[in-house]
Structures are given as structure tokens and as C-alpha cells.
Design a protein around this ligand. Structure first.
Ligand code: NZQ
Ligand code: ZN
Length: 387
């Protein structure tokens, strides 16, 4: 096992009716709370109502309109709003985009100079951040219990990641009932996103990290089990609870401590979203099977372990095990109703050069756990998933 530091200060309030406990979690001197939210789903499904009822003894301000794949342009409007109103605490209510956007806002309020530096330095420029909490309505990203975020600058089609321990939420409230209103496509995206988060931290090379591997395998098996069921039974509490907590555990730092990590699928996925507007989860469903096919030699030992422990395959022929595990992974995403082929999103061979040149312009020329995922390798990955 590699050396590691593990730090996660996020308090989780999990379960039915937990939004009512919100006031107890706010810092004692809080008077004005700013609720940040997205395109309005929380106004229709009763979540905003629950949040406002919980905050009845506080002055509440609102900033809505944070879009999926939150943009720098929109987030800076919120920064301006905060500078003009004395806000004590921010409460992000929504999915990963609202929470990521709120992380950026909380740091950008205190930025010296150009806040885009936060993104260009991958978060290193953050020196101070406003305190914030979250009410999660979409299990997927793990943003509710980590210190990372992804922000898009529309004007230059750049989707970049940042992270800093100053932007951990103070607390996150996870009530599975808030997810009942999710459209099926977002449930599917969430299952795939969580699955691929686990794979980015698991499917590398062995370092004798037993607890991390067993945790990861258990989380993957839980998603394989509950994914199709929760898609078919949106109002089943236990299924949603298992999905929600698995997605949080997939990216709260626990399974990634002391092990090599990949993240090439995500970095290329961000370019597909920035260029073509494909949902984050869908980009991963296309790219992960491609990465597995093209990089199967470098990942062989872990692929065999994955085949045996997650898919319970038992052949003595390792080549067969690897092929079957890759096939089952791609089939699982398709069972979740997500297409894994670029052509089904209208992307053809002629789009490949622009994907590669965007990747290069963002310095993503040596990705993966061995830093051997060059633009040439990415091109092969894209080609194998064309149709
Ligand atoms: O905006 P509203 O109206 O709320 O609607 C949203 C949005 O249209 C809707 N939605 C959310 N909860 C709902 C709901 N609709 C009905 N009922 C509910 N309960 O779902 C749509 C998508 O929401 P979004 O927040 O964009 O989805 P997700 O949670 O998948 O977040 C995606 C973003 O997170 C980033 C992605 O890159 C992307 O920008 N990621 C963040 C990570 C992190 N912070 O660690 C890691 C991930 O890899 C990911 O990259
Ligand atoms: Zn993701």
C-alpha cells in the first residue's frame, strides 16, 4: 500500500426528513443564508419548500440558474451578488453542478485578481473560502463529500477541475426521498458516474491494498445490483438509499487513499462535454469501455481480479476473463439505457482531431496511472468506440 494522508471533515446527515435538522448545522453566528440552486427542479419537487421551512428563523436569499456543467460566467454573477449582499453562509441545494458551482463561488468571493486563476492552478490559488453546506438531490458525483469541483468556461469551451481542502462542505444532507423526482436519464448518468469513479481508483495496478480493493469491489457490486432496480422502481426508498450512499462513498477519498489512480476517462470525458454538450455520465459510458479495451495489457492484473471478484467469472483462461469483464461492463452501461458508442451522439471520425487538440491545449498529454495515455492512445480509444 502506498503512503497517504486521509482527511475528510464533511458531516453527513443521511435519511428521511433530515432537511429539518439543517438549522443545528449552521455556524452559531449565522443570520443570512444564501440558497444556491439549479434550473428549478427543487421548486417543483418540494425540496425548496422543505429547506425554507427549516430556515424559517434565518434571513434567506436565493441565487438560482446554476446550469448542468456549471459555467464560470454564471458563477461569477453569484460572486457579484454575494459581494453586494452580506451573506454569512451558502447552502447548495441540487446535484453535483450546484455543489461544484458553490465550491467555486465560495472561493472566488475571496480571490485576489482574476478568479479564473483558481481553475488554471487546479485550486492551488484558493487561500480562503466562505463556509457552505449542501442538500444533495442527485447521487452521482460525490461532490457532497469531497473537496473537488469542475467548472466550464463557455467562451473558450474549457471544462477544468479544481480541488482544495478549503472547499469541503461543512455538512451535506442526503435524503433519498429527494431523488424520487429524478428523470430516468439522470439516474442512469448517476449510476455510471459513480461506477466510473470507483474504476478510476481501482482498475490500475495492484499495490496490496486489501481494504481499498474490497471496498471498491463491494461498491461496484452494489451498483450492478441496485442500478437497474432503482431505474425501474424510482420510489423504492431502500434502493435509492443504497444508490445514494454508494455514490458518496465512491468519491469521498476513502477508496482512493494509498492506491494509484487513473482518471484518464474523466479528463477525456470533460472534453466531450465541453465540445459537444454530452452529459458527464454518458461521456464516461463511452470512454471507460474504450480505455479498458485499448489499455488491457497495462491493466491486466487488476482486470483479472475485477473479472473474478466483481463479475464472479471463473475461467482459467485469463484472456477470456479480461474480454468478458470488459464486455459485461459495457453491457451494464447499456442496460442502464446509456449508449456507449460515439456515433449515437452524432460524433464521427472527423471530430477526433478537435477532441485531441483540445486535450492537448489543456495539457492533458500524459494521462493515467502510468502517465502513458498520450493523445495517440486517446485517439485509439475514441476510434474503438466510434460505432
Ligand atoms: O438544475 P435542476 O433544475 O436542479 O435540474 C438538474 C439538472 O438538470 C436535475 N436534477 C437534479 N436533482 C434533481 C433533478 N431533477 C429532478 N429531481 C431531482 N431531485 O438533473 C440535471 C443534472 O444535474 P447536475 O447537477 O448537472 O448532475 P450531476 O450531479 O451529475 O453533476 C454533474 C457535474 O458534476 C461534475 C461533472 O463534471 C458535471 O459538471 N463532477 C463533479 C465531481 C466532483 N465534484 O467530485 C466529480 C465528477 O466526476 C463530475 O466530474
Ligand atoms: Zn465523474
Amino acid at each position: 500500500m502506498n503512503n497517504f494522508n486521509f482527511y475528510n471533515p464533511v458531516k453527513i446527515l443521511f435519511g428521511k426528513g433530515k432537511i429539518s435538522e439543517l438549522p443545528r448545522e449552521l455556524p452559531v453566528d449565522t443570520r443570512k443564508v444564501l440558497i444556491t440552486y439549479g434550473g428549478g427542479s427543487i421548486l417543483k419537487n418540494g425540496v425548496m419548500q422543505q429547506v425554507k421551512a427549516a430556515l424559517q428563523n434565518f434571513e434567506v436569499l436565493e441565487f438560482g440558474g446554476i446550469e448542468p456543467n456549471p459555467t464560470f460566467e454564471t458563477l461569477m454573477k453569484c460572486v457579484e451578488f454575494i459581494r453586494n449582499n452580506e451573506v454569512d453562509f451558502i447552502l447548495a441545494v441540487g446535484g453535483g453542478s450546484v455543489i461544484d458551482g458553490t465550491k467555486f463561488i465560495s472561493a472566488a468571493v475571496f480571490a485576489d485578481g482574476d478568479p479564473w486563476q483558481i481553475m488554471l492552478t487546479r485550486g492551488a490559488a484558493i487561500k480562503k473560502a466562505m463556509p457552505f453546506g449542501a442538500v444533495l438531490t442527485l447521487p452521482a458525483t460525490g461532490s457532497e463529500m469531497n473537496s473537488g469541483g469542475v467548472v466550464t468556461r463557455k467562451s473558450i469551451q474549457a471544462k477544468l477541475v479544481f480541488g482544495n481542502s478549503l472547499v469541503f462542505p461543512k455538512f451535506s444532507i442526503l435524503d433519498p426521498e429527494t431523488t424520487y423526482s429524478l428523470p430516468a436519464t439522470q439516474v442512469a448518468n448517476g449510476i455510471v458516474d459513480a461506477y466510473v469513479h470507483i474504476m478510476e481508483q481501482y482498475l490500475t495496478y495492484p499495490v496490496n491494498a486489501g481494504p481499498q480493493d474490497r471496498f471498491a469491489e463491494g461498491l461496484l457490486q452494489t451498483l450492478i445490483e441496485v442500478g437497474p432496480q432503482t431505474l425501474a422502481n424510482p420510489n423504492d426508498y431502500d434502493l435509492r438509499a443504497n444508490f445514494m450512499w454508494t455514490a458518496t462513498l465512491a468519491l469521498n477519498g476513502l477508496i482512493g487513499a494509498g492506491v494509484p489512480q487513473d482518471w484518464a476517462t474523466h479528463m477525456v470525458g470533460h472534453e466531450l462535454t465541453a465540445l459537444f454538450g454530452i452529459d458527464h455520465g454518458k461521456t464516461l459510458a463511452i470512454l471507460l469501455p474504450g480505455m479498458m479495451k485499448i489499455r488491457k495489457m497495462a491493466k491486466r492484473t487488476k482486470l483479472v481480479q475485477y473479472a473474478k471478484n466483481v463479475w464472479k467469472l471463473s475461467s482459467t483462461n485469463e484472456d477470456l476473463l479480461v474480454e468478458e469483464a470488459i464486455r459485461l461492463t459495457e453491457e451494464f452501461f447499456q442496460t442502464m439505457t446509456i449508449s456507449t458508442k460515439l456515433s449515437e451522439y452524432g460524433i464521427t471520425e472527423k471530430d477526433i482531431p478537435s477532441i485531441i487538440s483540445h486535450l492537448e491545449s489543456h495539457g492533458m498529454t500524459a494521462l493515467g496511472e502510468h502517465r502513458d495515455v498520450t493523445p495517440q492512445v486517446v485517439e485509439s480509444v475514441l476510434r474503438v468506440q466510434l460505432s
